[in-house]
Design a protein around this ligand. Structure first.
Ligand SMILES: [Zn+2]
Length: 469
């Protein structure tokens, strides 16, 4: 079955075929964070969904070339850097660094490119000048440059808005506006006092780019005029993605993006997440409460991306329990293979293959992760039962581990690796010496001492193995 995605543009489930004639390269653009604060878990829901998308495409043999931008100049970064009394670059660097630390904690594969808007200003100016030459951009009396919506009749098609029914409201300089105030959006914002020292020279005087042209310039610079997939949260659809389409298609004359994938909202305890409601979480808020990046990843990953995700602490506890089940199963299979305790008489081929195939088939179907996880847990339940009964063969156990490894290339749910403290390592060495002398009581005593320090030592044919308790 080919990979299929729900394309927001057509509102239909479509078979996925990249533009690349060899059918191998996928050009993927994902709108990244505005680096004026720590990204919150609603942002990370989108980034984890995009990670699943990338890893699944790779599991299916595609080469994914991914770009994720960093918006380091816009209304919010300027406002908050001024409030903090910092230069724009110094201010945004703090949140760029924090973003990459969070990406690491959530095991999100890094894009090949993380362009920052401030590195692409000349290209943005060139594109705006091109639009002006074509009569699509115009400088208004406020010295800002706007996109003339009447020149792009397709505006509104992605969000399925009928602009004839909405009253155009003149010009809108803010990066964000509601559909009720549809108007010509700003491409270039003339400098004003509120911008402080943030400004670049341009043919229209000093100023800075609008948010939408930033993504258009960076996407086309790094991926070419035509993208295969463009992702973002559903709240980016209008006006941001509409504006990206309008700008790029007017500049290049080509269809900007072939498949638009948008993930639904994240709510917390059934409500919109808001600082004022006390239900606003960044990743570091959750890490401070003792949750791990792996647990948060699980909670964000395992709800189908087009469904609203209701994030709760109970849900995180559920993620913790599910992960424990997976860990115990993997450990049990490893022990089973290592300890030669397989009682299954025949070394017959197992049923792991069909579960693994079903897992990936579910993901082919518009990334149906909940269906895929269902197949994984069927596989766990079935094989645990067979081990209980003593009817699993060693060959089957090996197959199951290999199947898990393929599945985990997409899920990335290995246990957190903790550094083993030197004192624990010293105890393990001491214990090895005692065991060599066949002092089994002494060996058990040291095992308990190691356990008291939070580590379980297991003796395998390759020597002692440590796992955190
Ligand atoms: Zn964007």
């Amino acid at each position: 079955m080919p990979v299929r995605f729900f394309n927001s543009y057509s509102r239909e489930l479509e078979e996925f075929h990249p533009l690349d004639p060899a059918g191998k390269l996928v050009r993927l653009y994902t709108c990244g964070p505005t680096v004026y604060n720590y990204a919150h878990i609603g942002n990370f829901r989108a980034y984890v969904f995009e990670d699943l998308l990338q890893r699944h495409l790779e599991a299916r043999g595609y080469d994914v070339l991914r770009v994720m931008n960093l918006t380091d100049v816009d209304d919010k970064t300027i406002r908050d850097s001024r409030k903090a009394g910092k230069r724009l670059n110094d201010f945004t660097q703090i949140y760029k660094d924090a973003f990459f630390a969070d990406v690491e904690a959530l095991r999100i594969k890094r894009a090949q490119h993380f362009p920052a808007a401030t590195d692409y200003i000349p290209r943005m100016i060139d594109m705006i000048a091109d639009l002006e030459r074509k009569g699509i951009a115009y400088q208004a009396e406020d010295r800002s440059v706007y996109f003339r919506l009447s020149k792009f009749p397709d505006y509104g098609k992605l969000a399925h808005l009928n602009l004839d029914e909405l009253r155009p409201s003149g010009r809108v300089s803010s990066d964000d506006y509601e559909k009720e105030s549809v108007g010509d959006f700003a491409l270039w914002k003339a400098w004003d006092e509120g911008d402080g020292d943030v400004k670049w020279d341009s043919p229209w005087g000093p100023g800075r780019p609008g948010w939408h042209i930033e993504c258009t310039a960076m996407a086309t610079a790094l991926l070419g005029d035509e993208l295969d997939i463009h992702c973002g949260g559903v709240d980016n659809m209008f006006p941001h993605h509409e504006a990206e389409i309008a700008q790029s298609e007017c500049c290049t004359g080509k269809k900007f993006t072939r498949y638009w994938l948008h993930c639904a909202h994240l709510m917390v305890d059934g409500q919109k997440m808001a600082k004022s409601l006390g239900n606003f979480y960044t990743l570091r808020d959750l890490l401070e409460k003792g949750w791990t990046g792996r647990e948060v990843r699980y909670a964000l990953l395992t709800v189908n991306y087009r469904l609203p995700l209701n994030f709760t602490l109970d849900g995180l506890a559920g993620a913790r329990a599910a992960l424990q089940r997976i860990d115990e199963w993997v450990a049990r299979l490893n022990d089973f293979v290592a300890k030669d305790q397989a009682n299954g008489s025949a070394e017959k081929p197992g049923g792991a293959g069909s579960h693994v195939a079903k897992f990936f088939d579910a993901l082919d179907d518009d990334l149906n992760i909940s269906g895929a996880m269902g197949h994984l847990f069927d596989m766990i339940r079935g094989s645990n039962k067979r081990m209980d009964e003593g009817s699993l063969s060693r060959e089957e156990a090996r197959e199951l581990l290999a199947g898990w490894s393929r599945i985990n290339s997409v899920l990335q749910l290995d246990p957190e690796v903790s550094a083993v403290p030197a004192e624990v390592l010293a105890l393990v060495e001491q214990r090895q010496a005692i065991r060599a002398a066949k002092d089994w009581a002494g060996s058990d005593r040291l095992r308990d001492e190691i356990a008291a320090r939070g580590w379980i030592v297991k003796d395998t044919k390759d020597g002692p193995k440590l796992t955190p308790k």
